[in-house]
Write a protein that binds this ligand. Structure first.
Ligand code: NAG
Ligand code: NAG
Ligand code: NAG
Ligand code: NAG
Ligand code: NAG
Length: 277
């Protein structure tokens, strides 16, 4: 059985956890290439999406220098595109449909070391990701494109150069890392500052109400041996709350003048309920 002390402890830990989560700024995804921090700043790559696509190439020597691997990456940041590629020579392709990321890999095998002649294969096109399933990292500095069981990371690097795609790491083929250099990758103001003071106060207020209820129920149940509905602290106050709210409204509607008590239609609450808080 859970003791009351443990229950309170759980709630306090939960409270601390939630506070930490909400104070740690997370760039929340607003679209395939937009994310926003609570203060209204964020990343928006939309202007970069005007280009048809971005591409970059990298060569790698394999098999003791007897094989050259040529990789080309095609990327479009904000929405899926159909790539203008000729796939007829490729041995296979999964890049025919519209997508956000495609990897073309072809091998050139050394035929004769003395003549330096290579035989190139048609290569193949591999689908790597779509804009729909992309996700920002919490710091807003990368977009992850999952392609289970692999994924591709596109690092967003704030730069004043022309928009440019580069390969950052091919070391782990199940987690290829690309780098996208762009001035659109810089932090900028996206919206007016987010969460208002009012909603912050509301969150704090309700946290206190819950803590108060839990501690109150525990105290009444275990120290005072209350049962059933009696465990709720200040039961009289809570059951009178609808009347209090009604009174409050009447007060406001009357132009902040005290309502006519007594024979009036407004049922006045038991004044003792205030004292019991
Ligand atoms: C907004 O929040 C982000 C993330 O915490 C921070 O890097 C940035 O400097 C803040 N910008 C302003 C104007 O406060
Ligand atoms: C690469 O070369 C080394 C030494 O010349 C040899 O021991 C090894 O088996 C070679 N590996 C491959 C994949 O050819
Ligand atoms: C595609 O490539 C094949 C062979 O590599 C070639 O015959 C064909 O004409 C190309 N098609 C286009 C539209 O370029
Ligand atoms: C490689 O090229 C050299 C020079 O043309 C030739 O003598 C040799 O036979 C070739 N080797 C093979 C394995 O084709
Ligand atoms: C991606 O999302 C758009 C808009 O929500 C939808 O129309 C489209 O079908 C989705 N594409 C895929 C491949 O799920």
């Amino acid at each position: 059985m859970i003791s009351c002390g443990n229950l309170s402890r759980v709630f306090i830990i939960l409270g601390v956890f939630l506070t930490t989560v909400y104070t740690q700024d997370v760039c929340v995804k607003k679209g395939p290439c937009t994310c926003e921090f609570p203060n209204g700043t964020g990343i928006d790559l939309t202007p970069s999406a005007k280009s048809p696509y971005f591409s970059t190439q990298i060569y790698k020597l394999e098999n003791n220098g007897t094989r050259l691997a040529l990789s080309t990456f095609y990327y479009h940041p904000c929405n899926d595109v159909v790539l203008p590629i000729n796939t007829s020579a490729a041995s296979f392709t999964t890049c025919k449909d519209s997508l956000a990321l495609c990897w073309y890999i072809s091998f050139m095998d050394l035929l004769n070391t003395t003549k330096d002649t290579f035989k190139k294969d048609g290569g193949n096109y591999q689908y790597l990701g779509t804009s729909n399933s992309s996700d920002f990292t919490a710091d807003g500095k990368s977009i992850i494109y999952p392609n289970v069981p692999s994924s591709t990371v596109v690092m967003l690097i704030c730069a004043t150069t022309e928009d440019q795609l580069e390969v950052y790491s091919l070391a782990d083929q199940s987690r290829i890392v690309l780098a996208f250099y762009s001035k659109e990758a810089c932090l900028k103001q996206i919206e007016e500052p987010g969460r208002s003071l009012g909603s912050t106060l509301l969150i704090i207020f309700f946290s206190f109400v819950i803590l108060y209820l839990v501690l109150g129920i525990c105290t009444k149940k275990f120290l005072m041996g209350a049962t059933g509905l009696e465990v709720i602290p200040n039961l009289a106050f809570w059951s009178d709350l609808p009347n209090l709210v009604k009174d409050g409204w009447a007060f406001a509607i009357n132009g902040f003048k005290l309502p006519n008590r007594g024979p009036g239609p407004v049922t006045s609450p038991d004044p003792n309920s205030y004292d019991s808080i």
